[in-house]
Ligand binder design. Structure first.
Ligand code: HEC
Length: 145
């Protein structure tokens, strides 16, 4: 009887300690957004994930024209929801960098031959990585509160 009780207490202590430890080791800069904006912001982020996946799917199908179209329609424009004035300048710069990388990707993808040559593949993959590199850089640097 004692062993299970001890195990349960140990588990509770460990479970309680995990979030605190994670927060202490979290070097990301917190960004404060008004509550109603926060939900919109995260919804926009999930949309980014969908768009990036759609771009990758089109690239995987060697359909560079569609990949360019998705990037241009969904990853180049900003949200237009006014998040910017709540965000630090470094955050906005990475965001702008991502929109520019998407525009650059669209140009590279559109310039590729059909069927694409090896060099076209390399250029398109490198341009795609420039987009995801900006997603990653911002996620490494910031979190929302
Ligand atoms: C300029 C900054 C920035 C850029 C660029 C950015 N994100 Fe985010 N994203 C964030 C922040 C901040 C969060 C919230 C993270 C947290 O609080 O833990 C987030 C959250 C997310 C989430 C989680 C959404 C949720 O419901 O919790 C997804 C998915 C996501 N981003 C995808 C992407 C993808 C894909 C890209 C690139 C195409 C991207 N993001 C580019 C800043 C950015």
């Amino acid at each position: 009887m004692i062993a299970p009780v001890f195990a349960a207490i140990t588990l509770a202590v460990v479970a309680g300690a995990v979030p605190a430890a994670a927060a202490e080791g979290d070097a990301r800069t917190p960004v404060r957004l008004p509550a109603e904006m926060r939900a919109d912001f995260l919804a926009e982020m999930r949309q980014h994930m969908d768009s990036l996946d759609d771009v990758i799917a089109a690239v995987a199908a060697a359909n560079f024209k569609d990949a360019a179209k998705v990037a241009r329609e969904h990853l180049v424009p900003g949200s237009g929801k006014g998040f910017g004035r709540h965000l630090p300048i470094e955050f906005r710069e990475i965001g702008l960098g991502m929109h520019r990388a998407a525009a650059e990707f669209a140009e590279v993808a559109e310039a590729a031959g059909a069927p694409p040559a090896d060099a076209d593949w390399r250029r398109v993959m490198a341009a795609l990585k420039e987009i995801s590199g900006h997603c990653r850089a911002c996620h490494d640097a910031f979190r929302v509160e």
